[in-house]
Every structure is written in C-alpha cells, then in structure tokens.
Ligand binder design. Structure first.
Ligand code: PLP
Length: 386
C-alpha cells in the first residue's frame, strides 16, 4: 500500500520546509500530547502507582521489538544515548593485542571514540574502511572495500546501515556473512535508518544494535534503544540500578539485596529509564510509526525527491547512485559553480532547513514533506549556479 502525505499528524507550520529530521525529528501531535499529560502528572505524584515504573517500559520494549523484527523484548535495553549503548558494548568486549576493529570512514563520533579507547586498552588496531576517492560507482566500491577489509584479524565491525552524512547504503547482509566467517562481532548503529529503512534482527543477527530515539523514531531527545544478542547475556552493566534486578517490582523488599538481574539485556537499561514523560512519549511515537511500513516510507521519499535528484545531477552535483543510497537521507556534493556559503544564506532566507555535514549538504525527509517543497529547493540550487 502506498503512503500519502502525513503532515496533519504534526504541528509543522506551512511556511517552513523541514528537511532535517536526520538531526532532530518533529514530534507527532500525539507525542507532544503524551509529554504534556505526563508533565502534569508530576504535580500529583500521589496518583502515580508503583506499576507505572515497570509496565509502560515493557510496552515500549515490545513496540521496539516489533519494529526491529526481534523475538524477545527482554533483549532490549532503554538507554539515554548511542554513546551509552556503545560504552556498554565496548566494556564487555575483550580483545587481544593486534586485533582489529573495523569502522567506516567519517563515522559518527559516538561510534568512533569508544572504539579508539577500547583499542588503546588492549593494544588493538582501528582499521578504517575508506570511501573511494572517485565518484564513479562510489557506493559499490565502498561496499567492496568494507568486505575485503574483514579478515581473520577483525574482532569487531561497528558501523551504521547507511552513512550518516551522505546516505550511502551498506550491504549489512553481506557484511554479516563475512563477520560470521571470520568470527567477528557485528555491532550496528541504526540511528539514521531504523524506522525509515527496512530492518530485521532475525535476518541480520547482529551482536548488538544501538539506535538514537529522537530522529527516525520520533522520540524525545535523551532516549535511545539497544538490542543485545547472546554474546552479551552475562555482561557487566555500566551502573547497578535497583530496577534492573529480579523482583524489583516488590518495592517493600528492595533491601533484600538481589544478586540476579532480570533476564537478558534488562541489566543494561539506564537508571530511571522508567521516566514517565519519556516513556509515554516514546510509546506514542512507536505506536504511530508501526502503522507504516519502512518500504512505503522509502517509496514515498523516492517519489518526492527523484526529479530533484535528477536535476541536481544534471547541473554537476554528486549524489550517490539510487541503488547505493537511502531515499530518506542523502548528501549532495556541490560543483564549483555553486558556493556553499551563498546557498546556505539562500536556504535560510527561504526557511528551508537542511544540514551541512563535512562537504555534503544533507537532505533528510519524511512523510510530512512534499514534491512541491523539493521543487522550491531545486529552484534555490539552480539560482545559485554561477
Ligand atoms: C549515526 C549516528 N549515531 C548516533 C548519533 C547520536 O549519538 P548520541 O546518542 O551518542 O548523541 C547520531 C546523531 O546525529 C548519528 O547520526
């Protein structure tokens, strides 16, 4: 089923064009309402019952489990950021001297520094799968480069489903196969893809998946999700929050100190992850998101952007080939005939919001955007050619 425009679900004003969900999503009306309702609840704490610390979290984890096509909600941890999730992952990995950690060139910093530190701890080596220097078949060659960089020395591969700044699609299925062959851990950062691009834990079987919640998952800033596979079943969490221990629902027995954690990944949730405000907002967000199929989101984004992409390529901009890029997020490299600073000013005047990452103009769109908005954006680019 194809999707139609969904702007009615948001409070986005008509005179702005928002093409920057890759930085921060707008809230659904339902998410804003859930947040306001729970902010008000705090004025009446006597109405907050003990089950509110636990039941909404289970509901939230079940929604996320469904979204990523996993089996057991106990494999999900609620965390505040990607860096928190990746710190949990890295703290539970032991390496040998000379082991390699494979990363992608210009990876997001929260998925870089943590590995740099781990490499230092074990005298291991960071290896970067570089992007090809050519623009011809760049995405295809980059994928080939990643695959050929995985060897018997590779202990960990940590990367996203797409490149966060330019939208290059990475073939996670093939990379997973190679990781299996070489016995490498496979850690995915789904922050710029899960929710908007088809994703399946059952299919990819990563050792861990970490996702920011405030972009394509429409949650508040400060909430994120992690899935942990069996490698991490007996690991050590960053902190020891009371609610992650078995039977913590029995509030009167909390000082009968409990040596056991709740099953699987529950131990990795951040303290106070039951935050009523965040949890209710996240539940509202994922409930709406689950009404849509990520394939349909891709098709919608492709429909409203394809003419724009074609026009820009014709005037010398570089945008990755359709087969090797996401449709919800892509980067544009400008030709010498267009000056970045002047384009920035024009887009600002026109109230068109995009982001600038490295030497890319990053465009990210969703079901609230329209083809007419891309026609206007097109006009801005064309009028900047000198
Ligand atoms: C690929 C990717 N990972 C992670 C994040 C956010 O990381 P953190 O939650 O550690 O701030 C972003 C934010 O832009 C991102 O693009």
């Amino acid at each position: 089923m194809s999707l139609t425009n969904q702007k009615d679900l948001f409070y986005l004003p008509d005179n702005i064009t928002y093409l920057n969900i890759a930085s921060q999503s707008p809230s659904f009306k339902s998410v804003e309402e859930a947040g306001i309702k729970t902010v008000k609840e705090k004025s009446h704490p006597y109405l907050i019952t003990a089950d509110r610390y636990f039941d909404p979290i289970i509901k939230l984890k079940k929604l996320f489990t469904k979204l990523i096509k996993a089996e057991d909600y106990n494999r999900i941890a609620c965390i505040p950021s990607v860096s928190y999730g990746l710190a949990t992952v890295a703290n539970n990995i032991q390496l040998k001297k000379g082991d390699e950690i494979l990363l992608i060139e210009e990876q997001f910093p929260s998925n870089y520094y943590v590995w740099e530190r781990l490499a230092l701890k074990y005298n291991a080596v960071i290896k970067i799968a570089e992007q090809p220097k050519t623009n011809s078949d760049k995405g295809k060659k980059w994928n080939e480069n990643i695959l050929s960089s995985i060897s018997a020395k590779t202990a960990v591969v940590a990367m996203g489903n797409i490149h966060w700044a330019n939208g290059t699609l990475f073939n996670l299925k093939a990379i997973r196969e190679k990781c299996f062959e070489q016995n490498s851990l496979f850690i995915i950062d789904g922050s710029q893809s899960v929710g908007a691009l088809p994703f399946s834990i059952e299919e990819l079987q990563p050792d861990a998946l970490v996702c920011a919640g405030y972009k394509w998952l429409f949650g508040p800033y400060g909430c994120a999700y992690a899935y942990f596979g069996s490698y991490f079943d007996d690991g050590i969490p960053i902190e020891e929050n009371w609610s992650n221990r078995l039977d913590s629902e029995n509030l009167s027995g909390l000082t009968n100190y409990q040596p056991k954690y709740k099953p699987l990944a529950n131990r990795y949730s951040v303290g106070e992850h039951g935050s009523f405000i965040y949890t209710e907002m996240q539940i509202a967000a994922l409930t709406q998101l689950l009404h849509w199929n990520p394939n349909d989101i891709q098709n919608y984004c492709h429909e409203i952007t394809s003419e724009f992409v074609q026009n820009l390529k014709e005037v010398g901009c570089f945008i990755e080939n359709d087969d090797f890029r996401a449709k919800h997020l892509f980067g544009i490299q400008l030709p010498e005939t267009i000056q970045m600073e002047s384009l920035k000013n024009r887009l600002q005047q026109e109230k068109i919001f995009v982001s600038y990452r490295g030497n890319y103009v990053r465009i990210s769109c969703h079901l609230y955007n329209t083809k007419e908005e891309f026609d206007r954006l097109n006009g801005c680019f064309l009028s900047e050619i000198h």
